[in-house]
Design a protein around this ligand. Structure first.
Ligand code: TNX
Length: 537
């Protein structure tokens, strides 16, 4: 008798302690209704989904396989325990998740909605499932509840600069997977810059033979003095096969990749590889320091041919609708001193070099549009007049985005003030060298991508917001994660849940969820900045 009681007590305790009754989701869903009790997922749990929800269904199975060593068996719609249903009344990318004692029902009108329902379910499961073969347990509970959810913004992005420092395809995949966890849907891959060309272009092999490597690397600075030149050849690039592999992986994470090929500025690595692309024709090195350089693409016919050939190889690799063509920080000194450029300004009746930049971008846009894709450019593409279908990434502040939206152009907000994760995140003296600036977690969380100056119609052009990670001072994978986490949690919530309506109340709530989320980040082996909690907590 005593033995039986002991067994019952043990079973009861296991049940109570294995219940995961806290609901600490990031980004926060639009509405949660908690019920009492739990639903148990184990080896016997069955699943039903049609092919339209394959990405979501497969993700859940892979997740369980990875963390617990089992996946869910398929059953008919009538018999299955976890069921995906098409429901046309669900908003785009939205879902309804109903967990009761006997079933989990997920309703969505598109593949993204079902995928995000699974991400929510994943966050309701114990964090240790995130780590490979992490647990010997075979049974997990999730709380019974109903969630109605959808994103505030359709563009929820994160960027990574792989030019200033190179990160290999495995790390890029991990980075992308972490965006999916947070219901982000765009990865902006900054593939070319002065310090390195990182994508194989078969027609122009020198781009990666020469342009993907530089002679020495500035790792940090101290009191404005350069420090730590390592004197070694540094670089790397992705073959087109590797790009395809990353793109295919991103599809399993419901992430669209936006590749960026910078023009006309930030082109020194390209000009090093093919000097005729510059205005002077002189041999210049791949840049070894940071900043803005004078040598930019020269608006000659052969440059346009080169760029069109490059884009013709890049575009088919990426199934998304957008190609980012840069457009930022193009100093005009070389164009001022180039007879051909001045002639072009006259011939085309352009006001000055800014008009010439606008002509340049218009031409590229026309080419990209003719291939069925759209361009995004940094907000400098406003100067001299926007290309007719361009989407603007507003980085120098909100003004570029405001101006573009007023001209009926789509906008992605990514102002330095709230979205630059290469800025310092605390005043802690031990912080690794950052490019400058100060952007604590709280400030990211306070961001509202919709400026008050816009009326309702204009505001519809604000597609969403993006966090940027420029990597001048970020040489390692660990440091990338340190700069991104936890600030990306705040960005994901701005983009998905919508800007905070009552900061005084919302921020402490967000912050406590961030603290809870740490266990998941640990299990995912993500190197986040955790001392923030001593300061803010
Ligand atoms: C400005 S943001 C740049 C980048 C730098 C970044 C550093 C933008 C369009 N251009 O080239 O890496 O500042 O914060």
């Amino acid at each position: 008798m005593r033995n039986i009681l002991a067994v019952i007590l043990t079973l009861y305790c296991i049940n109570v302690f294995s219940q995961n009754t806290e609901v600490e989701l990031i980004p926060k869903p639009q509405s949660i209704e908690l019920k009492t009790g739990t639903f148990t997922i184990d080896k016997k749990t069955t699943i039903y989904f049609e092919s339209e929800f394959e990405i979501a269904g497969n993700f859940l199975n892979d997740f369980l396989q990875n963390g617990a060593g089992f996946s869910l068996k398929k059953a008919s719609e009538k018999k299955a325990d976890i069921i995906f249903k098409n429901d046309a009344s669900q908003p785009s990318e939205g879902y309804f998740l109903d967990i009761s004692d006997s079933k989990i029902v997920i309703k969505a009108s598109d593949a993204s909605g079902a995928f995000y329902a699974v991400q929510t379910l994943r966050q309701l499961l114990p964090p240790q499932l995130e780590a490979k073969d992490s647990t010997k347990e075979q049974s997990f509970t999730v709380p019974q509840l109903m969630i109605t959810d959808f994103p505030k913004f359709q563009y929820r992005g994160m960027h990574l600069d792989v030019s200033r420092h190179f990160f290999d395809k495995e790390f890029v995949k991990k980075y992308i997977a972490n965006l999916a966890l947070l219901k982000m849907n765009r990865f902006h891959w900054h593939l070319t810059d002065d310090q390195g060309w990182r994508i194989e272009i078969k027609k122009y092999p020198e781009l990666t033979k020469k342009g993907a490597f530089r002679e020495e690397t500035l790792i940090g600075h101290y009191e404005d003095k350069p420090q730590l030149y390592d004197g070694k050849r540094y670089g790397g690039f992705y073959t087109q096969e590797e790009i395809k592999e990353v793109v295919a992986f991103a599809a399993t994470q419901n992430i669209t990749i936006i590749p960026e090929i910078e023009m006309p500025g930030h082109a020194q690595a390209a000009i090093h590889s093919y000097p005729e692309l510059g205005c002077t024709g002189e041999q210049i090195p791949v840049a070894t320091t940071w900043g803005v350089f004078e040598d930019i693409f020269c608006p000659k016919e052969e440059t346009f041919t080169f760029l069109e050939n490059v884009l013709s190889e890049v575009m088919p690799l990426f199934p998304g609708e957008y190609i980012h063509i840069g457009g930022d920080e193009a100093l005009k000194l070389r164009w001022k001193n180039c007879a051909h450029c001045q002639q072009l300004i006259q011939d085309k009746n352009l006001v000055d070099e800014h008009g010439l930049q606008s002509y340049f971008i218009h031409r590229i846009e026309e080419f990209v549009n003719s291939k069925g894709k759209k361009i995004i450019g940094w907000d400098e593409i406003l100067e001299g007049g926007l290309a007719p279908n361009a989407t603007v990434m507003s980085w120098r502040g909100l003004q570029g985005g405001i101006d573009a939206a007023k001209q009926n152009h789509d906008v992605i907000m990514t102002p330095v003030s709230h979205c630059y994760f290469d800025y310092y995140q605390s005043e802690n003296l031990d912080e690794p060298t950052a490019i400058g600036g100060f952007l604590p977690l709280k400030k990211v969380y306070s961001f509202n991508p919709i400026p008050a100056e816009l009326n309702q119609e204009q505001a519809k052009h604000i597609l969403g917001a993006q966090g940027n990670l420029w990597t001048e001072y970020i040489p390692t994978e660990k440091q990338v994660e340190y700069m991104v986490f936890p600030r990306i949690l705040a960005m994901s919530e701005v983009d998905w849940s919508g800007p905070s309506k009552n900061f005084e109340k919302d921020y402490p709530d967000f912050f406590s969820r961030v603290e809870g989320f740490m266990k998941r980040l640990d299990a995912l082996d993500i190197n986040y900045a955790n001392y923030l909690y001593e300061i803010e907590g």
